[in-house]
Design a protein around this ligand. Structure first.
Ligand SMILES: Nc1ncnc2c1ncn2[C@@H]1O[C@H](COP(=O)(O)OP(=O)(O)OP(=O)(O)O)[C@@H](O)[C@H]1O
Length: 261
């Protein structure tokens, strides 16, 4: 299973007005691979993740998953096996931890999170809840979430971060996109998320990990893509990336870019 190409993007591009946020990025993610996506603020990391999961339409390039064209909104891409987390958690704050994870577990089978939310409001997802109980329990245990009856709006940012990752894992994705999953998490949370990433990677999931904590990224990933002003300036081995002239320049040298988590 490891080595099979899962996700492939060619020449992806996206402009916001006059800003070229992503400029001709090509990438390839294999089964059982963790790809680190790093770069200074504004380098285009989140925009690239948005193009992969369909939150934003690309204005250039092509994308495929397991050799099949990947297009359409996030709900459609979820059905193709893609899951993501957001830099700022996108949880339903009035719902409980369990219900939020349930949204993830049921999302690929239903018409997107919007449809499921309407279903929840109508009390129609109780049977789905039973069906997905085992998945919810498993991911909640893996991330040590404790009481699943708590309302997400009452959680700390670190706890919300764990629920966000749990919800994505509950989708049972073949490709997992994690946008700054460690931001706001405490030491135990970081360990739990890193362990969960290793566990799904061992099952053959391909993971793209965006984070500013380059030490955590380097310890977890198989390969690094270094972005700068929307373009890839390094693609390769993490240790080589850390020692590369491009890395030195972007983070410590003449680049002068900011890095704020
Ligand atoms: N919705 C938007 N509208 C206009 N400009 C945007 C939008 N989203 C991003 N940009 C711009 O696109 C560029 C890339 O932003 P992006 O958020 O993808 O970078 P990033 O590498 O994820 O940054 P950070 O590390 O700060 O999260 C920046 O110049 C940003 O200001």
């Amino acid at each position: 299973m490891t080595g099979t190409v899962l996700l492939e993007g060619t020449g992806l591009g996206k402009s916001y007005g006059g800003v070229r946020a992503v400029d001709g990025v090509s990438l390839r993610l294999s089964a059982g691979e963790v790809l680190g996506l790093i770069g200074p603020n504004g380098a285009g990391k989140t925009t690239l993740v948005d193009l992969l999961d369909g939150a934003q339409p690309a204005d250039q390039g092509t994308l495929s998953i397991r050799g099949r064209k990947l297009t359409g909104p996030p709900s459609r891409r979820a059905r193709s096996g893609l899951a993501r987390t957001f830099q700022h958690p996108h949880l339903a704050l009035d719902l409980t931890v369990r219900e939020n994870i349930l949204l993830g577990a049921a999302a690929p089978a239903l018409a997107g999170v919007g449809g499921l939310l309407r279903g929840l409001a109508a009390g129609a997802v109780r049977p789905a809840g039973k069906r997905f109980d085992a998945v919810v329990r498993q991911v909640a245990q893996a991330l040590e979430l404790g009481d699943l009856g708590r309302r997400c709006g009452d959680l700390t940012l670190g706890e919300q971060r764990l629920v966000e990752v749990a919800r994505a894992l509950a989708q049972r994705p073949s490709v997992l996109l994690l946008d700054e999953p460690f931001a706001g998490a405490d030491a135990a949370g970081i360990t739990a998320i890193a362990d969960a990433v290793r566990a799904v990677r061992a099952e053959g999931c391909g993971i793209i990990l965006v984070d500013h904590n380059v030490d955590v990224v380097a310890s977890l990933v198989d390969r690094i893509l270094l972005l700068r002003t929307g373009t890839v300036v390094f693609d390769g081995d993490p240790a080589e990336c850390m020692a590369s002239a491009e890395m030195q320049d972007v983070y410590f040298g003449t680049g002068g870019e900011n890095v704020v988590a």
